[in-house]
Design a protein. Structure first.
Length: 188
């Protein structure tokens, strides 16, 4: 029952975001739309932003399930397609957060995906933990930067070209850089 309630609250928030921005939506608006009381909302979430985070976390977990070295580009493409499908939610959330908040939020979810990608890259287990962290940071910043700029530009459909270039670049670079860090001769 708990997950059903959370999903119902999420659906209500998404519905409300089609009409107004996040900062203008109250817990009362969500509970009235959902048909539950305020206490039920607070049993599950601290505030509206906590609900937003829950929605994004669940969407990303569903979209990145079974992520591996062979399908990571497809999974990233799926994330962007899903963002387009939920454009009202994404855009209204974007306009309600500062750029730093959005970057931090995306980094928190994308960084583990990139770390997993590094682990699954040949020689990924042969590099030092601090080097893995550095590589994951580098790739995360690139991906988050492109995603936030894409959202800031209104999520234009021309994203596929830019996204394709980034995936091409990351695919070749990640393997090369991991090999370089794993190589004793590649010491910096």
């Amino acid at each position: 029952m708990s997950v059903q309630t959370e999903k119902a609250l999420a659906a209500s928030l998404k519905k409300l975001l089609e009409k107004k921005t996040l900062e203008k939506i109250t817990v009362k608006d969500i509970t009235d739309d959902c048909g539950v009381n305020r206490q039920t909302f607070y049993y599950h979430f601290h505030d509206v932003y906590d609900l937003v985070e829950w929605i994004l976390k669940n969407e990303l977990e569903n979209l990145t399930e079974h992520l591996n070295a062979d399908n990571w580009q497809e999974k990233m493409h799926g994330i962007m397609v899903r963002m387009i499908e939920d454009k009202s939610f994404v855009m209204n959330t974007y306009y309600s957060l500062t750029r730093r908040q959005l970057d931090q939020f995306l980094q928190r979810f994308i960084h583990p995906l990139i770390e997993q990608q590094i682990e699954q890259t040949p020689n990924g287990d042969a590099i030092l933990p601090e080097d893995k962290e550095f590589l994951a940071d580098m790739a995360t910043y690139a991906l988050v930067g492109i995603l936030t700029e894409w959202v800031a530009s209104g999520m234009k459909s021309s994203y596929q070209e830019q996204f394709g270039k980034l995936m091409f670049l990351l695919d070749g670079i990640m393997e090369f850089v991991v090999d370089k860090f794993a190589s004793p001769a590649g010491a910096y």
